[in-house]
Design a protein around this ligand. Structure first.
Ligand code: 1HE
Length: 257
């Protein structure tokens, strides 16, 4: 399925997925949501990490409001489930995804960013949830994912009062793990993706699929799941080879950057 509003480039083993609807501030129409889902579902097996980027001055203006007009309750629920399916494929898909944020990261755009594993923001970035003032509610998984980043109290405040976080406050609040100069988010995200792509695939799998689930479990269940995952990951030939490399002086040492 091709869509003019989404571009996929593969550079080495990193997929670059770019929203290319800059004229509409990368607003997410239904067809764009479906294209995102399809892209992550069908990434070539050689891809080991992905960068998610947006064309133009803004990462993403959220839901395409022009499509909101005529939905009854049932259709609204189905629409939300459409988003859930697509964004779940980003969070629990085949590869880690690093979001390169700039300009508006608002509404569904913030929901999309929060489904990614690492967020890099440049200094032009701002975060908001205008759903509150538009008389609607989040529907793209934001009520589950955003409080995990910033907490329920901050999200409630954003939606109730329309509060907008700038890039610096946003980093402090935990929206993004990296804050870089204006225009530098993509390069940093790509550099991180290349590094992530060199990890053993099972380690990345455990980080994407086990870690968030363990965080939801009781301590007792979490310790047990951790032990299972730990046993499986270290049993992989790649893990054994990497440990042997270090013990025989070939593996990289941990060092301050
Ligand atoms: C749009 C959208 C959109 C821009 N849907 N068309 N999201 C929002 O409430 C955010 C609404 N957008 C904005 O506040 C601003 O557009 C921005 C701060 C993102 C950018 O401002 P600016 O001055 O750079 O651009 P602009 O002139 O406002 O917009 C350029 C065009 O994009 C314009 O169309 P044009 O035909 O007049 O050129 C805008 O109408 C269009 N545009 N944003 C449709 N969102 C799963 S539920 C999720 C729920 C939500 O995400 S609700 C929050 C929606």
């Amino acid at each position: 399925m091709t869509n003019p509003d989404l571009q996929l480039d593969i550079r080495d083993d990193v997929a670059i997925v770019r929203l290319t609807r800059g004229a509409k501030r990368n607003a997410l129409s239904d067809s764009l949501i479906l294209a995102l889902r399809n892209t992550f579902e069908t990434l070539p097996s050689t891809v080991r990490a992905a960068v998610l980027d947006g064309e133009g001055p803004h990462f993403c203006a959220g839901l395409d409001l022009s499509e909101l007009k005529e939905r009854d309750a049932g259709q609204g629920m189905q629409h939300s489930r459409l988003w859930h399916g697509a964004l779940d494929l980003i969070q629990h898909g085949p590869v880690p995804v690093i979001a390169a944020l700039h300009g508006a990261v608002v509404g569904g755009g913030l929901e999309l960013a929060s489904a990614c594993h690492i967020r890099v923001a440049d200094r032009s970035t701002f975060y908001a949830l205008p759903e509150g003032s538009r008389g609607i509610f989040v529907g793209g998984g934001g009520s589950v994912r955003i409080p995990k980043l910033i907490g329920v109290a901050r999200m409630t405040d954003m939606m109730m009062t329309g509060r907008v976080y700038n890039a610096e406050d946003g980093e402090r609040a935990n929206f993004a793990q990296y804050l870089v100069d204006e225009g530098a988010a993509f390069d940093k995200a790509f550099e991180l993706a290349k590094r992530v792509a060199t990890n053993a695939p099972l380690t990345n799998y455990a980080l994407m699929h086990a870690l968030p689930r363990i965080a939801e479990q009781s301590a007792d269940h979490g310790f047990f799941t951790e032990a299972l995952m730990s046993g499986i990951v270290q049993n992989a030939p790649e893990a054994k080879a990497r440990v042997r490399d270090f013990l025989e002086g070939r593996g990289a040492k941990v060092s301050k950057e």
